[in-house]
Design a protein around this ligand. Structure first.
Ligand code: S3P
Length: 448
């Protein structure tokens, strides 16, 4: 939903050891996809572990508007009765995707090759984000789009009457763009091919196969070549959503920097296309072990055991790793501020078009907390220090991950750190405050 309530100012203070079990919510990327593919299938899809954050709830509402039956049957347990590939009905109302770039971009792809029109909008953050990266490839199928200047929402899409299959090379590493093209390809005859020079999260490919589509993936010199055979019959499935590594990142990073901590985070996805933060933290000297590795819902998962790591040191993260940790750079920059030496993060310019310009948001907030850093278009450098002074109010800019990152930093800074609005946390991690409190973190809502 676009309507944001009153800002929720929050403050984090130096905390004792974090201990216990952190059961983070279901994966956001997989949750969106489960609802969308369920809506495009024939028969019933039964989802467990669905993230019930606002982003995903907005996608559920959108799927209802396109004609699917979407019902919550218990905590994280949902049923979807789909309308089949090409079966979307024309929505009677504007589709409001709230804060969610993934929601709007995947849904645009899913409707783009059905001859209906739909108008999309979102909150101030989403309405400022670029949609040309989606509408350009969708135009190749025959989809028309009219939005605001610069390809921004609100925007109306008119689905292609006689879609043609497409061959498209991603101009930027983006799983959202890749997924939009693949979902549009579902209702085009013949093969739709997406070439991604750098691998991005592959949940769409995995789940499309699980629902019965034919998807071939080939690793070539030009990158990953993904070929989808159009017009399959998708059939409803059971989807067990693993826990979100991007949400796990917050308690994990907090436990690494708060002295004496030891926590377990069970059942976290270890999909290699999402694993870059953990690879980087291990290089920095983090004490993380991956226990009980197994497969759940078609995804590799493990239980993470994380201990306070006093000897963290700065590292350089390579360009080719950026896509596998794209949502984790804000909280990595917090760990970097607490590590010995300098951390250089390369290939980060996509962060500038997330829920906020995340490099600018982290840079300004870290500087306000007394951290030294350098910011270039595609490189972010943070100099670690023995103890971050803190004592500042940072701005979350309608961005959940910025808010949570500064609250993690406030657990170890000399003076408390506030965020002006913790409200956006509910988009991806509605249980964040209770979970962190259960571990022993001192995070409170400030009086208005
Ligand atoms: C996502 C892809 C990424 C990521 C976002 C979720 C997805 O965005 O930042 O949080 O579920 O496909 P981009 O595709 O824009 O990199």
């Amino acid at each position: 939903m676009s309507a944001h309530g009153t800002p929720i100012p929050m403050t984090a203070r130096a905390s004792g050891p974090l201990t216990g079990v952190a059961e983070v919510p279901g994966d956001k990327s997989i949750s969106h996809r489960a609802l969308i593919l369920g809506a495009l299938s024939v028969g019933e899809t039964h989802v467990t572990g669905l993230l019930e954050g606002q982003d995903v709830l907005d996608t559920a509402e959108a799927m209802r508007a396109f004609g699917a039956e979407v019902t919550r049957v218990g905590t994280g347990e949902w049923r979807v009765h789909g309308v089949g590939v090409g079966g979307f009905a024309e929505p009677q109302q504007v589709i409001d995707c709230g804060n969610s770039g993934t929601g709007v971009r995947l849904i645009m792809g899913a409707m783009a090759t059905t001859p209906i029109s739909a108008t999309f909008t979102g909150d101030a953050s989403l309405n400022s984000r670029p949609m040309g990266r989606i509408t350009d490839p969708l135009a190749l199928f025959g989809t028309q789009a009219v939005g605001r200047a610069g390809g921004r929402l609100p925007m109306t899409l008119v689905g292609a009457e006689s879609p043609v299959p497409v061959r498209y090379t991603l101009p930027m590493p983006s799983a959202q763009v890749k997924s939009a093209v693949l979902l549009a390809g579902l209702n085009a005859p013949g093969d739709t091919v997406v070439i991604e020079p750098e691998a991005t999260r592959d949940h769409t490919e995995r789940m499309l196969r699980g629902f019965g589509a034919q998807v071939a993936v080939e690793d070539t010199d030009a990158g990953r070549v993904i070929t989808l055979t159009g017009q399959p019959e998708l059939t409803g499935q059971r989807v067990a959503v693993p826990r979100d590594p991007s949400s796990a990142a917050f308690p994990v990073c907090a436990a690494l920097i708060v002295p004496g901590s030891e926590i377990t985070v069970p059942g976290v996805s270890r999909n290699p296309t999402r694993d870059g933060l953990f690879v980087t933290l291990l290089e920095m000297g983090a004490d993380i072990t991956f226990e009980n590795p197994r497969e759940e819902g078609g995804e590799p998962v493990a239980d993470l055991r994380v201990r306070y790591s006093p000897d963290l040191h700065g590292v350089e993260t390579p360009v080719e790793r950026a896509a596998s940790m794209i949502d984790e750079f804000p909280v990595l920059s917090v760990v970097a501020a607490c590590a010995k030496g300098t951390t250089v993060m390369r290939g980060v310019k996509e962060l500038r078009v997330k829920e906020s310009d995340r490099i600018d948001a982290m840079a300004r907030g870290l500087e306000a907390c007394g951290v030294r850093l350098e910011e270039e278009d595609d490189v972010f450098t943070v100099h670690g220090m023995a103890q971050v002074p803190g004592g500042a109010t940072t701005h979350s800019r309608l961005d959940h991950r910025i808010a949570m990152s500064f609250l993690v930093l406030g657990l170890v800074s000399k003076s408390p750190i506030s965020v002006d609005d913790g409200g956006p946390i509910a988009t991806s991690f509605p249980t964040f405050e209770g979970l962190m409190d259960g571990l022993g973190a001192i995070i409170s809502r400030d009086p208005a």
